[in-house]
Design a protein around this ligand. Structure first.
Ligand code: NAG
Ligand code: NAG
Length: 438
């Protein structure tokens, strides 16, 4: 009887979906220290009491390597991990090689390190108008030795290896997962929809105009036997705030569906997948043997999903259209690297979006779940925007068991509103309980 009960208990534990909570952006201050003014101990204990499994924290490049090349300071992070360990919470870290500030929900300003930025203006993603996006280094820098002999990939590797060393035995015990930053917001994507020039639901713009990327494009065009395709991106793709139907490229039956369109979109999206493989390989080598799980994040670009060309996904680098899966190659690359996929917008319903934007968060989540299941990799999920209501929690629950049970859910984000407001907290704790009962 006792062993039978133990067996039942084990079943219950093994089938629960753990819920983690994302930490505030100002948890670690810009001088590298743990923020003493946000009641951390108190809040973490409350999370633990509500059945939360762990917390997710950004490790900002602009903080930990702010003093100069390879002069790392992880002191605030080790203190944070020790605090969580004492309380009994796991820590998931994000290797945040991007800038904090300028995106949805960013109430912070942490640029990438000055000594990285200062080597030239040609190291960032650039749009057709010649505007640089300074959030994240262009993938074209992955193999360029621009930093005293180091490439971008070398710098990513060195930071991750230093983090592992600083964390020591906390790796694998307290720090259980590393989400590897692969682009703006940590997401594997181009900065196709920059908030200082884009507004919802514009199609965004292709970001392939930095000199090194233009050269890569020219070389790919030469190899394809169509040298004439190598002179920059499509000229008929409109601008950030165009609607698909207003452009020759994205409209139904537009140039996206021609052999030229296929060449360009394949090249643009393949470069992004290669970038994921290259950065994840650095992470694999840096964290080998620690037992931490690796993850890569894909953005939930749901606007125009129900149209033919999926314009917004295309400019972000996902060659996903009504007739072609753009997420298949991505999940395969993640699998190859031993990483799980982290996907977002789990709280959104199609009916909550303006119909004119042809949004399909439900269908998009469904497609990514299917791709991950089909290829056989783990799937972790997040909500995209802060929500405290039961409708959002019910939608997350539905999505979490829709095609397969997801591995974990990370709630965005820890705020005073969540912890200190009776109703908000009890609704959240109730949700955590329901996820545990799945
Ligand atoms: C592409 O081909 C043209 C014409 O042959 C040549 O001038 C150019 O250097 C080539 N570009 C690259 C990047 O290989
Ligand atoms: C919960 O949080 C939201 C968002 O900050 C806030 O508007 C609301 O007043 C809070 N309290 C309740 C009881 O919903």
């Amino acid at each position: 009887m006792r062993s039978f009960l133990a067996f039942i208990a084990l079943l219950a534990i093994s089938s629960a979906i753990p819920v983690n909570v994302m930490m505030p952006l100002n948890t670690i201050q810009t001088d590298g220290s743990l923020n003493p003014n946000i009641n951390l101990q108190d809040k973490l204990q409350k999370l633990k009491s509500g059945g939360v499994n762990g917390v997710m924290l950004d490790v900002w490049w602009g903080i930990v390597e702010r003093n100069g090349p390879r002069q790392y300071d992880f002191s605030g992070y080790t203190m944070f991990a020790d605090m969580c360990s004492k309380i009994g919470l796991k820590v998931q870290v994000v290797m945040s090689f991007h800038q904090c500030g300028g995106n949805v929900g960013d109430d912070c300003n942490i640029p990438i390190p000055g000594w990285v930025r200062n080597v030239g203006s040609d190291i960032f993603y650039r749009d057709r108008e010649g505007h640089n996006d300074v959030e994240y280094l262009s993938l074209s820098m992955d193999h360029q030795q621009r930093w005293s002999g180091r490439t971008a990939l070398d710098m990513y590797h060195d930071m991750m290896a230093a983090f592992r060393q600083a964390m020591g035995s906390r790796m694998g015990s307290v720090v259980t997962e590393v989400q590897v930053g692969l682009g703006p917001c940590g997401e594997l994507r181009y900065p196709g929809y920059q908030l200082d020039r884009w507004s919802f639901p514009g199609v965004g713009e292709f970001q392939c105009y930095d000199p090194t990327m233009l050269n890569m494009l020219e070389s790919a065009a030469n190899n394809s036997g169509h040298a004439e395709w190598g002179h920059g991106g499509p000229g008929d793709a409109g601008s950030y705030n165009s609607k698909p139907g207003d452009t020759g490229f994205f409209r139904s039956g537009g140039s996206w569906s021609t052999p030229y369109g296929d060449f360009f979109l394949s090249w643009y999206s393949d470069a992004l997948v290669q970038h994921a493989s290259d950065v994840l390989a650095q992470a694999k080598s840096a964290f080998q043997g620690t037992g931490v799980k690796l993850a890569g994040k894909v953005a939930g670009i749901h606007w125009w999903f129900l149209s033919e060309s999926h314009a917004a996904e295309l400019t972000a680098g996902y060659y996903n259209t009504r007739s072609r899966s753009g997420y298949n190659k991505i999940v395969k690359a993640f699998k190859e690297a031993g990483a799980i996929i982290d996907f977002t917008c789990f709280e959104m319903r199609d009916t909550e979006q303006p119909s004119s934007a042809q949004c399909g968060p439900y269908e998009l989540v469904g497609q990514t779940l299917w791709e991950a299941k089909n290829v056989g990799i783990g799937y972790a999920a997040e909500n995209a925007l802060p929500r405290y209501d039961d409708t959002a929690y019910a939608t997350i629950l539905d999505n979490s068991v829709r095609q397969m049970k997801i591995d974990a859910f990370t709630y965005l984000r820890l705020t005073d509103d969540l912890i200190y407001n009776g109703d908000n907290w009890s609704r959240f704790a109730n949700f955590v309980g329901k996820m545990a009962a799945q």
